[in-house]
Each structure stands twice: as structure tokens, then as C-alpha cells.
Design a protein around this ligand. Structure first.
Ligand code: RP5
Length: 185
């Protein structure tokens, strides 16, 4: 869309190089993942945020391998201006829940599918939080929705993100209606 920061609804190019994406000043969204092996799953989220012009940071924080780093990240993210945390992990996916236990910020969990159990293990680990410690869990490997949800949360405070989300929804509808039109020809 000329002159617009809104990405096409199907912007999920997992093969794109994320390197220039992940250190931005004054990030509003923090994307953390348990391992660099999760990176391909998180690329769509990074691309969506980039497309909407949302400053974000992306890094590795492992609940099991770097527990002190996880605590530090979760304790300080809100002090650094982060508004929403997207936390992705696979297998025994404790990262989103543990981060949610510490931070006062909204946490969106992305279950990552590993080679065994198809990600159902990750999904259950993330979605089955006890009362009092919420993690907004998206579908397995669906970091696109994690980013879109983060933008909707930001939209409650920033009118420009709200407007961009409305535009995105309109585009999405138009894409489907184009397909309907083709089918009915
Ligand atoms: C989790 O363990 C990570 O989030 C990753 O999905 C999974 C496997 O990690 P690697 O063994 O590939 O580093 O903590």
C-alpha cells in the first residue's frame, strides 16, 4: 500500500533475513525465545512488527539454560519501556509462564513445534497457566498472530496502531473477497 506502513495480510516470509530487524531504539515489544532454533518461527512476528512500524527487540532468553537472564529480563522490561512481551519456546516451554510470573506486562506465548509431539507439548506447557498468571497463547508456530495481538494491545494506547490495524483488517477482507470474486466468475 503506497504511503502506508501496513504490511500485506500474508506477510509471513519466514526466509527473510531478520538481522536488520532486531535492534531498534526504544522498543515497545520484546520478542524473546528459548533458543536460536526458534528463530525461523519468530521471523513472521518480526516482519509484522516491522511492517506496522512498531519498534521491537528480539533476543534469546532461556528459562532453563539462562534462568538468571530470564529473571533479569522479566524484572526490568517494563522499566525499559517495553509494553508487551512475546515469548516463544518449544518442548517443556516454561519461558512464557515464568516471565509472566515476574513481569507486570502482558505476555503473549508462542508454542514452537519441535521434531517430536508436533508442538502439542509446547502448547499445553504454555496455555495451561494457573489462575492469576495469564499468558495469552496463540496457535502453534503462529507468531504472526502474536505480533498482531501485540499491536492490538498497543492500539489501545496509540491511535496510530489502532488505525493501522483497522486498515490491515480491511485489506484482509478485500483479499478474501477478491478470491470469492474469482471463484464466482
Ligand atoms: C526450548 O527448547 C527452546 O525454546 C527450543 O524450542 C527448544 C529446543 O532448543 P534447542 O535444543 O534447539 O536449543 O527451550
Amino acid at each position: 500500500i503506497p504511503g502506508s506502513a501496513v504490511p500485506e495480510p500474508s506477510a509471513d516470509d519466514a526466509s527473510a533475513d531478520p538481522a536488520p530487524l532486531w535492534t531498534q531504539t526504544n522498543p515497545l515489544v520484546g520478542i524473546i525465545m528459548g533458543s536460536d532454533s526458534d528463530l525461523p518461527t519468530l521471523r513472521p512476528a518480526a516482519l509484522i512488527l516491522k511492517g506496522f512500524g512498531v519498534p521491537f527487540e528480539l533476543t534469546i532468553v532461556s528459562a532453563h539454560r539462562t534462568p538468571d537472564r530470564m529473571v533479569e529480563y522479566a524484572k526490568t522490561a517494563h522499566e525499559r519501556g517495553i509494553k508487551v512481551i512475546i515469548a516463544a519456546a518449544g518442548g517443556a516451554a516454561h519461558l512464557p509462564g515464568m516471565v509472566a510470573a515476574i513481569t507486570p506486562l502482558p505476555v503473549i506465548g508462542v508454542p514452537v513445534a519441535l521434531k517430536v509431539l508436533d508442538g502439542v507439548d509446547s502448547l499445553h506447557s504454555i496455555v495451561q497457566m494457573p489462575r492469576g498468571v495469564p499468558v495469552a497463547t496463540v496457535a502453534i508456530n503462529n507468531s504472526t498472530n502474536a505480533a498482531l495481538l501485540a499491536i492490538r494491545i498497543l492500539g489501545a494506547h496509540f491511535p496510530s496502531y489502532l488505525a493501522q490495524m483497522q486498515e490491515y483488517q480491511k485489506l484482509q477482507e478485500e483479499e478474501v473477497m477478491k478470491k470469492v470474486g474469482k471463484l464466482e466468475k
